[in-house]
Design a protein around this ligand. Structure first.
Ligand code: PHE
Length: 447
């Protein structure tokens, strides 16, 4: 049998997993959620959720991937042969494909804004004008689609190059770049006048703001942000070497992901308050508010270019992981060559991306359950498929998997100490499924 591809180095696999986790979810969605839900109060709840829930589901997925050495569907076929559990794997592959569709659109926007900044065209006279420009760009027939195509082709190329030469190498180059850019932007933001007010908003918890709705939004964000619930981490862990300490890796990935989200807040909130803008702007925060802020700073185009490069890199390493989930599935379960598998995923993803992009323009009147195609995909995946998938992954690992097998895999056959093993089992068996079930019920209630 052909030996399965593995990541080359420990650093490489951490960078690849962090690359998947750190994305638009951290830099775009997190500050916007925190801004809408009271800043510091949200932050505390979020950190709690991601550190417990995110970590537990991630470790459960790591187990599934490395124990089975399979893609997200194959994992369930190996660990629970001839059972219905493989539906969980299909849920993941479909979710990956659907997220790919709308994620590629927002990723495309980052390229446009990068381009606009470098050509010095990202100017407007007011926030209203920025909003208008953003609206006319996103509703255009061709331009956003062109960027979706560019982004999809880059992703295609990386995935096609394979696990070591493509995914690992790209992540090892891009993630350190991302950290450097983050730090530079943080320093820049903190040096702005009145930056302290932003920090206060972000770090000063007002506990009266913590309602059940805030708790549940924080949970949903935690899930999306660490890429769990849809087999991404199953697929990546199947490329982990048998000597990797998986509990430690899960801790590192979740911690780094959380730090990046916090750094993104440290970049955005001081900048927002410094220019007297409300932090609860919602999703336009990044594409409308920030260009406006950058424009008012010395060397504004440069800062905005750097920022959108950061966003594009974060998006790329995440979308690679989405692509890989579907590609690995086709490659392994349907015995296609990697080339054929990746080509099918890229073409299908592109078509979906086009539809999502057009849902801001000519297809904006097409509504399913009151949502445009873009919003529908975002809602169905992030709010339903990921949480439900994650809950059943916990149930599977907590209730179905033999605890001896679980312990052997997580301790590398007893060569590692995993002192918190029984805590992990308790969390995966009871705590995580119950909390996630509450999230799902709440989301369905909103439906
Ligand atoms: N975690 C990514 C982000 O924060 C999004 C993502 C979700 C990627 C699920 C892969 C799988 O943007």
């Amino acid at each position: 049998m052909k030996q399965r591809a593995t990541f080359n180095s420990k650093l490489g696999l951490i960078m690849a997993s962090v690359g998947s986790a750190v994305g638009l979810g951290n830099i775009w969605r997190f500050p916007c959620e925190a801004g809408e839900h009271g800043g510091g109060a949200f932050l505390i709840v979020y950190v709690f959720c991601v550190m417990i829930l995110g970590m537990v589901v991630m470790l459960a997925e790591f187990f599934l991937g490395r124990a089975s050495q399979q893609d997200s569907v194959g994992a369930f076929k190996i660990l629970a042969p001839r059972s219905m559990w493989k539906i969980l794997g299909y849920n993941g592959v479909i979710a990956a494909f659907l997220i790919f569709g709308f994620y590629s659109v927002v990723s495309g926007w980052t390229l446009e804004y990068m381009y606009q900044s470098i050509t010095g065209n990202l100017n407007a006279n007011s926030v209203e004008e920025f909003t208008e420009n953003f609206g006319s760009f996103t509703s255009d027939m061709f331009r956003p689609i062109l960027w979706v195509l560019v982004f999809t082709l880059i992703t295609h190329f990386v995935v096609l190059s394979g696990v070591k030469k493509g995914i690992e190498r790209a992540s090892k180059i891009m993630m350190p770049m991302l950290f450097v850019i983050l730090i530079i932007l943080c320093i820049r933001s903190l040096m702005l006048p009145n930056s302290l007010a932003g920090l206060k908003f972000f770090f000063n918890p007002d506990f009266s703001k913590i309602t059940s709705g805030v708790v549940l939004s924080a949970l949903g964000q935690a899930f999306f942000s660490v890429s769990v619930g849809m087999g991404c981490m199953i697929t990546y862990a199947s490329y982990f070497h048998k000597s990797i300490n998986m509990p430690n890796t899960a801790v590192s990935v979740v911690t780094i992901d959380t730090l990046v989200a916090i750094l993104a807040g440290v970049i955005i909130f001081p900048a927002v308050t410094s220019f007297g803008i409300s932090p609860s702007q919602g999703p336009t925060l990044v594409f409308v508010t920030l260009p406006n802020i950058f424009q008012q700073m010395p060397f504004g185009s440069l800062w905005s270019f750097i920022f959108f490069v950061l966003l594009a890199i974060a998006a790329l390493t995440s979308i690679i992981s989405l692509h890989e989930v579907a590609t690995a599935y086709l490659h392994e379960q349907h015995r296609m060559s990697r080339f054929k598998a990746a080509t099918i995923v890229s073409s299908g993803g592109f078509v979906l991306g086009v539809i999502c992009s057009l849902s801001f323009g000519v297809l904006s009147h097409v509504k399913i359950l009151g949502l445009t195609v873009f919003d529908l995909l975002d809602f169905v995946t992030a709010n339903l498929m990921l949480p439900i998938g994650g809950m059943f992954i916990c149930i599977f690992v907590g209730w179905r998997v033999n605890k001896k097998v679980l312990k052997a895999e997580l301790t590398n056959n007893g060569t590692l100490k995993f002192r918190l093993f029984s805590v992990f089992v308790f969390l995966v068996k009871y705590v995580a499924p119950i909390i996630i079930a509450l999230v799902c019920i709440k989301q369905l209630g909103l439906f």
